[in-house]
Design a protein around this ligand. Sequence first.
Ligand code: MD3
Ligand code: FE
Length: 217
Amino acid sequence: MTRGQGTFGFATAPGREELAPGAVLLRGFVLAEAAALRTAVLAVATAAPFRHFPTPGGKRMAAAMTNCGALGWVSDRGGYRYTANDPDTGAPWPAMPAVLSEVARAAARAAGADGFEPDACLVNRYEPGAAMALHQDRDENDFAQPIVSVSLGLPIRFVLGGLTRRAATSSFRLDHGDVLVFGGPARLCFHGVRKLAAGEHAQWGRCRINLTLRRAR
Ligand code: MD3
Ligand code: FE
């Protein structure tokens, strides 16, 4: 993949928007890989099916989830953590398909973070009505590593806050093929997504998929 390069703090290349310092939106960055990404996600979900994890508070996550890579993010009554094995089957999470690690590396590089090698990919599937409340991603070991998020399927409203829960928020539409990179000062920003609106996507049908690629350890 040949992609433009940039630096956190460098705001105005075409297709590249800096939403906040360190938060870079690459619109349409994976449109050329959409079919390969769909094949990869379907293969992962065949080996490790989507499920709704219980939350520590005893509800269930609105998004259905699965993982691939050496580590997977899980939730249960005991809290949030990364595991090497699927808690439903005991099997290791499926290996990360090459297209996912390649897209993550290229997107991080385009945002100014060279050498990103994710070891965990959380796959979130939203159906109409599902949302994700404002939260921070802080279950990883090294907050100097960026996070890359890939949106596929139906569009959704993404909410980006600041470093405290009470800080002001802004919202942005995420479309099929968009990629976000969160690094530097944005790595610990609060974020979430509003309820998915009904719709039908030509490739994905009535859902939105989000791939969150992280370096967990
Ligand atoms: C900002 N997923 O899985 S993606 C998550 O659309 C998660 O499924 C949402 O938040 C989704 O944890 C939001 C955008 C995103 C992902 C990680 C971030 C935004 C972020 C990490 C730091 C700051
Ligand atoms: Fe998150």
